[in-house]
Design a protein around this ligand. Sequence first.
Ligand SMILES: NC(=O)c1ccc[n+]([C@@H]2O[C@H](COP(=O)([O-])OP(=O)(O)OC[C@H]3O[C@@H](n4cnc5c(N)ncnc54)[C@H](O)[C@@H]3O)[C@@H](O)[C@H]2O)c1
Length: 264
Amino acid sequence: MKDYMKKFRLDEKVAVVTGGLGLIGREISISLAQAGAKVLVLDIEIAKGEKFEKECKKEKLDVKFFRFDVTDIKALDNTISQLFNVEGPIFVWVNTAYPRTKDWGLDLGKVKSETWQNNVDMHMNSYCLMTKTIAELMKKSKIGGSIINFGSIYGVVAPDFEIYKGTGMNNEGTYAAIKGGIINFSRFAASYYGKYCIRVNCICPGGVFDNQNEEFLKNYEMKTPLKRMANPDEIASATLFLASDASSYMTGTTLMVDGGWTCI
Ligand SMILES: NC(=O)c1ccc[n+]([C@@H]2O[C@H](COP(=O)([O-])OP(=O)(O)OC[C@H]3O[C@@H](n4cnc5c(N)ncnc54)[C@H](O)[C@@H]3O)[C@@H](O)[C@H]2O)c1
C-alpha cells in the first residue's frame, strides 16, 4: 500500500518562503518546517525575523531567517543563486511577500501612474522574475521543484465595491493587474518548465481574518458560502499540499482557497 501521509513530507528538502513573516507566510513557514523541510524565511523585518527564528528553534523546527528585499530586482539573480548554492539546493519556493507603496489603497481614479508602475514592479515583476530565476537553478541542478505564487480572488474576479461602503477600506485596481499577471505567468512557467519536473502553481486566497472592522466582516461573510473569512492556517495547509508530492501531478493550476467566494 502507498504511504499517503509520507507524500506530504518534505524531509531533507529546502524550502523558501518570501514574505515568510506575514499573516499568511508565517503559517506557511511553520507548516513546511513541520513537514520536515529546512525553511528559509526571506523578509525585510529583521527584528521580527530573528524573533521568529528563535521561536521556531524552541519548537525544534529548522527555520532560518534572511533579510531579503524582493523589490531589489537587479540583485535577485545573484542573491537567489548564492542562497541556492550555500543553503540549497532549494526544492520549494513560495512567493507570499506583499510589497506596496505608502499610498497603496487609493481609488482607481486617484492612482498616479508612477505609483502604479512601482507597485507592478515591486509585486508582479518580482514574483515573475523570482520564479524564472529559481526555476532556472532547479533546472540546472536537475532536482525538479515546486514553485507556488500567491494570487488572490481579486486576480480572478473583480471586487464588489458595496462591501467596502462605510468601512474605510478599499480595493486598489493595481492589485487586479498584478494578481492577474502573476496567475497567468505561473501558467506560462508551468508549461515551460514542466519537462524538467518543475511544477508552478498559484494559490488564490479569499480574504483572511485579521481583525477587520465589524461592518466589513458582516458584508464579507454574507457574500461567502462558508460565511466567514479564512484563517491563515487554512491557506498554509493548501500550500503544503502544493509544495509536496501529494500534488505531484498538479502544475499550472490556480487553487482557490476562498470559502467559495468565486463559485457564485
Ligand atoms: N491577507 C489576505 O486577505 C490575502 C488575500 C488574498 C491574497 N493575499 C496574498 O497573500 C500574500 C500574503 O499576504 P499577507 O496578508 O500575508 O500579507 P502581509 O502584509 O501580512 O505579509 C507580507 C509580508 O511580506 C513582507 N514584505 C513586504 N515587502 C517586502 C519586500 N520588499 N521584500 C520581502 N518581504 C517583504 C512583509 O514584511 C510581511 O512579512 C500576498 O501575495 C497577498 O497579496 C492575501
